[in-house]
Design a protein around this ligand. Structure first.
Ligand SMILES: [Mn+2]
Length: 347
């Protein structure tokens, strides 16, 4: 039997008028992304920095921590600065926030901007929060949950602004795409990511370098970290739930970066039977970062929201105070219930 054709989803919703006009009017624009910035948000910052430069705007990249080493290739022209409210910089005309629609993930910049009347434009592809959060302006923001990366939304905005793609812009957007789709594995059932790649690739000078920087960046210490982290991994609930708890001491001992733990949870989800992977990572004494990944019809976004965080259907997280065992005990019934619902749906 021939399966029905799948939607190709290649049509972009048009850019919000208010967003395009605000960028055209603004002279000084800051570009930021969520805390624990990843390859998507950082690449969008890099692309927009170049794009605004070609419009003659003055742009600044401001983040909350230095980018991980593997992302440094994105910032050969403009090193990101760390936002510091105490430095009292002149407020910009507009702040564009990439890869989140939650102003709480850009604190204290969101509060700083609100006090000075600086609007926040949020470009994102995560599910919008179910409850409105102060600082989020829906008319000035562009959330497209069909996009597999915020880079797709950023490219559509660059097009709407009439900006010509350059090798720099194309390379950054290609990096966003390669990163968030994990080399075209997670394309949200749409042809868009591949079509976008086909458009960008002729302008990307060294696509292999993008791939190597983002993915072929293992070090011996990272491998030792992975070995210990995987040894601590438990697979439970008839193989459907993977749990790993990573203490600060492991990072100190192996010299791994916080962002390295993402690979552990991704690997756990690659176990055939696993439907949810839970990672608890000790950020500092008594503060744990919850990372949840799921696949197929299992959603983890509500669980993350219930823990005070957010995210999307298959990847979500939260930051929680307490002991690892007690946080795991709070999460467990929510995870089991979600698995039960998903199993029922499957019949
Ligand atoms: Mn993203």
């Amino acid at each position: 039997m021939v399966p029905p054709p799948r939607r190709s989803n290649i049509a972009y919703r048009s850019a919000p008028q208010k967003l395009v006009e605000s960028i055209r009017r603004a002279q000084n624009i800051w570009l930021t992304t969520h805390r624990q910035a990843d390859g998507d948000g950082l690449a969008c910052q890099s692309a927009m920095f170049s794009a605004l430069g070609s419009l003659g705007k003055s742009a600044k990249i401001l983040n909350f921590e230095n980018p991980a080493r593997k992302y440094r290739f994105l910032f050969e022209d403009a090193a990101p600065r760390i936002f510091d409210a105490d430095l009292n910089p002149d407020p910009p005309d507009l702040i564009i926030v990439f890869d989140t629609n939650d102003p709480r993930l850009v604190t204290p910049l969101a509060e700083w901007a609100a006090e000075r009347g600086v609007p926040l434009a949020m470009l994102d592809h995560h599910q919008a929060l179910s409850a409105p959060v102060a600082g989020f302006d829906p008319e000035l923001s562009w959330i497209d949950i069909q996009a597999a990366s915020t880079g797709e939304v950023t490219l559509a905005l660059i097009d709407a602004l009439g900006i010509q793609l350059t090798p720099k812009i194309a390379t950054a957007l290609y990096a966003s795409l390669a990163f968030d789709t994990q080399l075209f594995r997670f394309v949200r059932g749409s042809a868009r990511s591949h079509l976008m790649a086909a458009r960008l690739l002729p302008l990307v000078e060294d696509p292999a370098r993008v791939q190597e920087s983002l993915f072929a960046n293992l070090t011996p210490s990272k491998l030792h970290f992975m070995a210990e982290a995987l040894a601590a991994l438990r697979i439970e609930h008839e193989g459907q739930l993977a749990v790993v708890i990573l203490r600060r001491s492991l990072f100190d001992r192996t010299g791994a970066e916080a962002s390295d733990s993402g690979d552990v949870v991704d690997l756990a989800l690659n176990v055939e039977s696993v439907r949810i992977a839970l990672l608890l990572r000790e950020e500092k004494e008594g503060i744990w970062k919850i990372s949840l990944r799921s696949k197929r019809n299992v959603s983890v976004s509500e669980i993350a929201e219930a823990m005070g965080g957010g995210g999307h259907r298959h990847a979500a997280g939260a930051s929680v105070r307490g002991q690892a065992s007690e946080i795991e005990a709070r999460l467990r019934p929510l995870l089991i219930e979600e698995l039960r619902k998903a199993n029922l749906e499957h019949g």
